[in-house]
Design a protein around this ligand. Structure first.
Ligand SMILES: [Zn+2]
Length: 156
């Protein structure tokens, strides 16, 4: 069900994609069949595309911004040289959420923050299992910003 209210957010995503030459693939049908726990969205920096659900909820809007953040934030996908450790993906996740929250046209309310925490939490739990939970370097301004987002998404 497309709610008219979300048209401006859909337009925001399409404008960003156009301006930065990012292709959009939507995957709403799959999303509704597998449910939120299996939320599927992805990005590819080199091929410049994102796979996102239709923009008909605030969560989907933030998800779309998050996927664009993986492409446009300097640390959103920095794995030219992947370390093959989960601290890399945590940094990328925090960077992409930071980008999404900064660019969002909705003020990030507790519900949206909870949603981001839920998504980040899936990566975080995995990283914790592997022993990578706080790998950040604090000196670079961008890393501080990413670290702040990491703290926001992990602290209650
Ligand atoms: Zn992500």
């Amino acid at each position: 069900m497309i709610v008219h209210y979300y048209t401006q957010y859909d337009a925001h995503i399409k404008n960003l994609a156009k301006r930065h030459r990012i292709r959009i693939q939507t995957r709403n049908k799959l999303l509704t069949s597998i449910g939120r726990d299996m939320l599927h969205a992805e990005s590819n920096k080199w091929h410049r595309y994102i796979v996102i659900p239709d923009i008909n909820t605030e969560e989907n809007y933030l998800t779309a911004l998050h996927e664009i953040g993986h492409i446009l934030h300097p640390l959103g996908t920095y794995g030219d040289f992947r370390f093959f450790t989960d601290d890399t993906s945590l940094t990328e996740e925090a960077a992409a959420w930071s980008w999404a929250f900064t660019k969002s046209k909705i003020d990030v309310k507790p519900e949206e923050c909870d949603f981001a925490k839920f998504c980040y939490g899936t990566y975080y739990k995995n990283a914790a299992k592997m022993g990578y939970v706080k790998p950040y370097h604090y000196t670079h301004p961008t890393m501080r910003e990413v670290n702040n987002m990491h703290q926001l998404l992990t602290n209650n």
